[in-house]
Design a protein around this ligand. Structure first.
Ligand code: NAD
Ligand code: UGA
Length: 454
């Protein structure tokens, strides 16, 4: 029987070097020797030369430090994983056509981890960070790991569901100082190893450690994302009502609601809907899981329906202000699904632009960091601008879709000076309606006007 490794001499491996895996790897490497494994060879060789593949605050700095101290390295093979005492799984779980999650990356990585730890004499702890529906860690992850390693969970290795709650744009800060760590260990050994690891990593004073069943941990993840997404759709529905009452502003309504400590002020910012790699995918997966369990998913379906309708609603706001958009020059400011990231997965800008093109608009786009990532989705159907001024110069309509700081700073005079006919659609509510409506044709999500709704 092998013995648990004393926590002091930890060697860590991270499997999957996307937003979650890379943020985890650079943070963990500030304490422990870390090997990060990804099947994407280009990404691995870039990272070994210090090239950060994603836009994330603080990542470059920690990557540089990790490489310089030789505590961090990247590999496209699993061999070095054999010596690891803690292994994070952070591969992708994208949506499939029916809303369920594609588990092929989880299957492949677990099989490879199992084979790699087969000859190992250590007792590794495996932490399942990828988001998976309740029951997946037990029926799939544990089963594959045991089969391919020829070892037994709870005796030869530890395994916990350990969902990740970081936000893109503040991934490093969220990893170094999380609101909570949720652990769903399969047995006492896994519980002991995981608690020791996290208490050592965050310090003995770290109190926000919650231990649940593995399925409980998986559900904390889905419950959290679905509730946050519900708040966003809820306020977007209220925003639609605000537009029917002149002088009514969803910003004020949300502020008033958020002053109730039971509701709280967060995630009540009306806008073009939620995007990103997780809210849409996770709510869809929860709908599927709820349906498969014989429960009624209609509440969650409504959250998705409101979200799907928001980009078209923004287009209608533009039509309300500018009339028919056919043949008009439309500047779309913002492609990322939110500020401080280059991620365009499920960004609401994409369906908005598709709709604008369908109705005959001529679209130019600008985003401070997400332009390269957008070229696959938008190809040559839009004009890529090199700056905000390049994008809005001579335009008939400008639509703000991402709440980038540099967009927030723009003054009404700037739009007036550069645009052909200054019609501004503030889909993110980043401007003061009083200042802007005095100077140009300003319409916004959740802002009631005399002409009525879009
Ligand atoms: P991602 O798509 O950015 O990265 C996944 C990485 O895994 C890719 O680099 C891919 O090449 C690699 N990979 C695929 N198969 C592999 C294999 N067999 N072996 C090794 N590497 C492999 O994904 P992400 O955004 O980092 O998300 C990862 C998981 O974490 C998902 O389940 C997601 O739902 C969840 N999550 C994401 C976020 C986020 O903000 N992005 C936050 C919390 C949780
Ligand atoms: C979200 C969660 O906040 C994280 O806790 C979670 O780990 C992550 O999903 C995940 O599972 O991947 P993220 O997708 O990075 O993080 O972005 P959020 O800041 O949550 O925003 C999601 C979307 O909702 C964005 O499109 C954002 O613009 C939109 N949103 C958010 C609003 O429209 N209004 C709000 O008030 C808040």
């Amino acid at each position: 029987m092998v013995k648990p490794t004393p926590v002091r001499s930890l060697r860590v491996a991270v499997v999957g070097v996307g937003y979650v895996g890379l943020s985890t790897a650079v943070c963990v490497a500030s304490k422990y020797p870390t090997i990060a494994i990804d099947i994407n060879k280009t990404r691995v060789s870039g990272l070994n030369s210090g090239v950060v593949p994603i836009h994330e605050k603080g990542l470059q700095d920690l990557l540089r430090k990790g490489l310089a101290t030789r505590r961090l390295s990247f590999s496209s093979t699993y061999e070095e994983l054999a010596n690891a005492e803690v292994i994070f799984i952070a591969v992708g779980t994208p949506s499939t056509g029916d809303g369920s999650i594609d588990l092929s990356q989880v299957r492949a990585s677990c099989a490879a981890i199992g084979e790699a730890i087969n000859p190992s004499r250590t007792m590794p702890l495996i932490l399942m960070k990828s988001t998976v529906v309740p029951g997946t860690a037990r029926t799939l992850v544990k089963a594959i790991l045991e089969r391919h390693s020829d070892k037994t969970c709870g005796r030869d290795f530890g395994l916990c569901s350990n969902p990740e709650f970081l936000r893109e744009g503040s991934a490093i800060q969220d990893t170094l100082s999380p609101d909570r760590v949720v652990l769903g260990p399969f047995d006492e050994l896994s519980n002991h190893l995981a608690r020791s690891f996290y208490q050592r990593f965050y310090g003995r004073g770290f109190k926000n450690l919650l231990i649940t069943s593995p399925e409980g941990a998986e559900l904390v993840k889905y419950g959290s994302n679905a509730l946050l997404a519900t708040k966003v759709s809820f306020i977007n529905l209220i925003a639609g009502l605000c537009e029917r009452f002149p002088g009514t502003d969803v910003g004020e309504v949300a502020r008033g609601m958020g002053m109730d400590h039971r509701i709280g002020p967060h995630f009540l910012q009306a806008g073009p809907g939620f995007g990103g790699s997780c809210f849409p995918k996770d709510v869809r997966a929860l709908v599927k899981s709820v349906t498969d369990s014989g429960l009624d998913p209609s509440m969650l379906q409504s959250v998705l329906e409101v979200n799907e309708s928001q980009p078209n609603h923004v287009v209608r706001l533009a039509e309300k202000a500018a009339g028919s958009l056919q043949g008009k020059e439309i500047a779309v400011l913002g492609l990322a699904f939110k500020a401080e990231t280059d991620d365009i997965r499920e960004s609401r800008s994409i369906p908005l632009i598709q709709r604008l093109l369908e109705i005959g608009g001529k679209v130019r786009v600008y985003d401070p960091v997400a332009m390269p990532a957008s070229k696959g989705a938008l190809a040559s159907r839009v004009v890529y601008s090199s700056s905000v001024s390049d994008c809005i110069r001579g335009a008939d309509v400008a639509i703000v879709m991402t709440d980038w700081r540099q967009f927030k700073k723009l003054k009404p005079e700037y739009f007036l000076k550069l645009m052909k006919s200054p019609v501004l659609v503030d889909a993110r509510r980043i401007y003061d309606p009083r200042t802007f409506s005095r100077k140009l044709r300003y319409v916004a999500v959740g802002l009631g006007t005399e002409e009525g709704p879009a």
